[in-house]
Design a protein around this ligand. Sequence first.
Ligand code: ZN
Length: 183
Amino acid sequence: MSSGFSIRDSIPSYAEDDCAEALFAAKWPDGFRCPRCSHAHYYDIASRRRRLFECRSCSHQTSLTAGTALEGTRTPLAKWFKAMYLMQFGISAVLLAELICVTYKTAWLINHKLRHVIGEQDRARPLEGSLQLLGEYYGYEYHRYFSDKLVHGALKPQPIVIGASLDAAGGGRSSQNEGRRRS
Ligand SMILES: [Zn+2]
């Protein structure tokens, strides 16, 4: 990262419809499937702020976020997508709240839920074979990129251990990290 790097300026802008489309494709890559009876056709119900899908066979209603970390959220999908992008920087809930314009409580919840699902993914794919481990402190870097005192007050370096499985040639094949970070 160059010294001019700014997380704030790097955040992509997402259209709400594009986010919904991406969720649909991730959830039903082969087209809609009723989670209850596997029927492939639905009625589109524009109820409340979220789109609902009603199965034409059993009338079961489901949504794009049902069964995901986003279930029940009232926060726009675009903000969740920005938060997902920002996860790579391991930022605090205070900074997340500021960057995606939500309350601290909402940012804390988003951070918590996203970390939880990432952790679940990592646990499902444990590292194996030859490992390379690195102990580090996370958070120092960001002090250099932000000058506002909010950020200085909010970021505290946190110890983490980063590990990677090595392939036969000694190159990294996959990586994970474990750590305790304050949100
Ligand atoms: Zn059904």
